[in-house]
Design a binder for this molecule. Structure first.
Ligand SMILES: N=CN[C@@H](CCC(=O)O)C(=O)O
Ligand SMILES: [Mn+2]
Ligand SMILES: [Mn+2]
Length: 330
């Protein structure tokens, strides 16, 4: 597929990783992405042939887009550092063996400049809607969880939602992020979405798995109840209950926007976040949700948020996020 990538603030850079050879059996993510991104930019990849990397695949192509933003976490009084996350996620994805039967292109980054979060969210939304309407399955590499409102702007502007398909937002997170605040932040995106969906005359379908009771005030639970949010507490996220919860949500929607806030995972698995989880949902359960979502065929868009490389240990959080992304695209 020959695709033109929309214009962004920071164009895609070449990916790197371990080199075992050129053939398909040696392929890693960095090789697959470089091939696709360079052909999308209109040039042949230096030293590589121009054969399609994925022969005869009818599967939807994937586009990755970074959202380099600290501003939401800063406004939410968290630990800044998420602006460096898109680069850290690419670094973790690059060396993974490439087993997908589809192409993956990197569209580069939208960069939040200074304190102007809202302008950055608008720009990301525009680029994302373009990528979706060009037929991609899209992956946004956040950013603090203010990434979610930027993602929503793109998803809600897409032809899929405009044509009347029922959108569901599934958040894997220790937090509701339904804060009522005078300014938008990483703590407000789902209340912003609820209001925007009401303005558009649509039902807001929002589900969260992994909610930590001690880390969400009564006000947040009341807001969730008022909005009809479906949620599952972290202590209830065993394999069966989580699978049933997600299945029930998927049954009521046509297209899914999945957002993974990495603080849903236990702090030992995901130390590199602004607010590490004392309890958390174990990785096999989160991974099973990703497989379930991938199999559903309803995944329109996904993002990964809240990675803070400054607090990561041995790239543990970034590696986990990369693995989940890989699982979601199978
Ligand atoms: N993105 C959201 N973050 C959490 C942060 C909680 C905390 O710092 O303890 C929230 O606002 O609820
Ligand atoms: Mn969150
Ligand atoms: Mn969270």
């Amino acid at each position: 597929m020959s695709l033109q990538l929309p214009s962004v603030d920071a164009p895609p850079q070449p990916w790197t990783g371990r080199f075992d050879g050129d053939g398909p059996a040696h392929r890693r993510w960095w090789q697959a992405v470089n091939h696709e991104s360079q052909s999308a930019a209109g040039g042949a990849a230096a030293g590589q042939d121009e054969e399609p990397l994925v022969a005869l695949s009818s599967r939807q192509p994937v586009a990755l887009l970074g959202f380099s933003s600290d501003e939401g976490v800063r406004r939410n009084k968290g630990r800044p550092g998420a602006a460096a996350a898109p680069a850290a996620l690419r670094k973790a994805l690059g060396p993974l063996a490439f087993h997908l039967d589809r192409t993956v292109a990197d569209a580069g980054d939208v960069v939040v400049s200074g304190e102007d979060l809202e302008a950055g969210q608008e720009r990301l939304g525009q680029v994302l809607a373009e990528l979706l309407d060009a037929g991609h399955q899209t992956v946004v590499l956040g950013g603090g969880h203010e990434t979610a409102y930027a993602s929503y702007l793109g998803v809600s502007a897409s032809a899929a939602v405009h044509s009347g398909q029922r959108l569901g937002v599934l958040n894997l997170d220790a937090h509701f992020d339904l804060r009522e605040e005078p300014v938008a932040s990483s703590g407000t995106p789902f209340l912003q979405m609820a209001r925007a969906e009401a303005d558009a005359g649509r039902e807001f379908r929002y589900a969260v798995a992994g909610i930590s009771e001690p880390n969400n005030t009564r006000v947040l639970f009341d807001t969730a109840d008022k909005l009809g949010v479906r949620y599952l507490l972290d202590e209830d996220c065993d394999a069966d209950r989580t699978r049933d919860f997600v299945a029930g949500f998927l049954a009521d929607i046509d297209v899914l926007y999945l957002t993974i806030d990495l603080d849903v995972l236990p702090a030992a698995v995901a130390p590199g976040v602004s607010a590490p989880a004392a309890y958390g949902v174990e990785l096999p359960v989160i991974s099973a949700v990703c497989r379930q979502v991938a199999r559903s065929g309803k995944l329109l868009h996904l993002d990964v948020a809240e990675l803070n490389p400054a607090f990561d240990i041995d790239g543990r959080t970034a590696r986990t996020a990369a693995r989940l992304i890989d699982t979601l695209l199978r």
